[in-house]
Ligand binder design. Structure first.
Ligand code: ADP
Ligand code: MG
Length: 324
């Protein structure tokens, strides 16, 4: 059963410099209990997509397409309904919990807040629930009385996960949940996320620039480049047998989970991704592509079947594609 489905999702930011097409026609599905990883270099539109899912984008963002959460379109929902859906049906864990936690309030009060706001618990019940949530993410209950500055980066990220779990949502969106953490802590947090998915049957959208992190955590992967999905398929297959040259360079760039050396630019891939205001013609990746042929500068290839539930947008995969 599909819990979340994106149909031709597009997000354009209106700026003084022009219209910035940050997400361009993304269609993806997420099944119950499934973990979908979204990979791509910085600037590929991952956070824009994540924020669009719960309509958290700034007002200057124009969103088109459909975002079906349990069959209901998030984009046309009334505000009251949207508020109920946020946290209770789907919730987000952001990158760098440092900024997301309020330094002034006690950790426990922040975890309890959505429960109280949504009328899901009395204050006494919320306190018990907070202790329970902290235990689930591997923190002692007394941490509830402390403040976020007393926690390490990994502990803060655990608190963020406890907050995301508070209202028992069935979809969790995690945007670079471990990027700011060192490798050991990152592995622990990922293990926790995996265990929570297995125990609670929640569905996960996990975003990272690091394909190896996603391959270790997710069932399916979608690779984004310049606002588009260029490859999607079973995690192992996309990681080990990528069909799009961009996915291949990402897989080669991150051979080991959390390798700090490859955190910024994928190894072996020259140049930078294009800014959405200045997209190359044809396939956006062609100026950096080691396998590009003449046709790539003009042909914009759609996602094409490249195996069982596997698709890639490349002339090398397309039936009318050229052989290099
Ligand atoms: P990622 O999360 O993959 O790094 P983002 O979704 O943050 O990518 O950004 C995608 C593109 O949209 C980038 O080119 C970025 O500069 C642009 N962008 C992001 N937020 C805004 C905004 N509020 N206004 C204008 N452009 C934006
Ligand atoms: Mg981002």
């Amino acid at each position: 059963m599909t819990v979340l489905e994106l149909r031709d999702l597009a997000v354009t930011y209106r700026t003084t410099a022009g219209e910035v097409p940050a997400v361009r026609g993304v269609s993806l599905g997420l099944g119950r209990g499934e973990a979908l990883g979204i990979a791509g270099e910085s600037g590929s539109g991952k956070s824009t997509l994540a924020m669009a899912l719960l309509r958290l984008l700034p007002r200057d963002a124009r969103v088109t397409g459909e975002i079906l959460l349990d069959g209901e379109d998030v984009l046309t929902m009334a505000w009251g309904r949207l508020r109920a859906v946020r946290w209770a049906s789907a919730s987000i864990v952001f990158q760098g919990a440092h900024h997301a936690l309020n330094p002034v309030h006690r950790v426990g009060d922040q975890i309890a807040e959505p429960l109280l706001v949504h009328g899901l618990a009395t204050p006494a019940e919320a306190r018990r629930k907070v202790a329970d949530l902290l235990e689930q993410v591997g923190l002692p209950a007394w941490r509830a009385r402390g403040h976020s500055h007393e926690l390490s980066g990994g502990q803060r990220q655990r608190v963020m996960i406890a907050m995301a779990l508070a209202c028992a949502p069935h979809v969790i969106i995690a945007d670079e949940p471990t990027t700011a953490l060192d490798v050991m802590i990152q592995a622990q947090v990922l293990q926790l996320v995996r265990a929570l998915i297995a125990d609670h049957g929640v569905s996960l959208v996990m975003i990272s620039h690091d394909l190896s992190v996603l391959a270790a955590t997710c069932d399916r992967l979608a690779v984004m480049y310049a606002g588009r999905v260029v490859e999607t398929g079973p995690a192992g297959e996309v990681f080990r047998h990528a069909r799009h040259p961009y996915s291949r360079s990402l897989a080669a760039a991150f051979p080991v989970v959390g390798d700090p050396a490859s955190r910024l630019a994928p190894r072996g891939l020259g140049g930078d991704p294009p800014h959405p205001l200045h997209l190359p013609s044809g396939c956006s990746f062609h100026p950096r592509c080691p396998l590009a042929v003449d046709r790539c500068a003009s042909a914009e290839v759609e996602l094409w079947p490249a195996g069982e539930r596997h698709a890639a947008a490349c002339v090398l995969v397309h039936p009318e594609g050229v052989t290099a």
